[in-house]
Design a protein around this ligand. Structure first.
Ligand code: SF4
Ligand code: SF4
Length: 125
């Protein structure tokens, strides 16, 4: 990923228009079954690597709503596939390429964010 949105989210949706990768959708448009919160598509999130801070977190009024997740990289393919089976993610299936998994379509990520920060889902800002 990426970043993910937690149950601290108040669905204010300020973050959606800020995302340069169109990775964020409102709860109503979320592809996951629960559909309770604004959702980040991990197969699209680029962690705003060209900006000083992730733009979604920069405008979010709710502490703990946007947290780090694992890199969307081939070495975390199984992590995301397991999350998919648990209903945490709904990774897009392209009609020709198949599932846009971390192996099929890795995304840029911030190398200065440690794996510990990601595993503990530390707040982005
Ligand atoms: S993550 Fe933050 S900005 Fe985005 S909808 Fe939730 S509370 Fe609003
Ligand atoms: S970190 Fe950047 S690319 Fe990822 S969801 Fe937030 S605004 Fe979009």
């Amino acid at each position: 990923m990426a970043v993910m949105i937690t149950d601290c989210c108040i669905n204010y949706d300020t973050c959606i228009d800020e995302c340069p990768a169109t990775a964020i959708v409102s709860a109503n448009d979320s592809p996951i079954v629960a559909k309770e919160y604004t959702y980040v598509k991990p197969e699209k999130c680029i962690e705003c690597v060209d900006s000083s801070v992730p733009k979604c977190a920069d405008v979010c009024p709710t502490e703990g709503a946007i947290v780090w997740d694992m890199p969307y990289a081939p070495s975390y393919h199984e992590y995301y596939m397991y999350g998919q089976t648990q209903g945490l993610y709904a990774i897009r299936v392209h009609p020709k390429k198949g599932m846009l998994s971390p192996e099929m379509q890795p995304r840029p990520f911030r190398e200065n964010i440690s794996i510990d920060q990601r595993q503990s889902h530390e707040s982005v800002l």
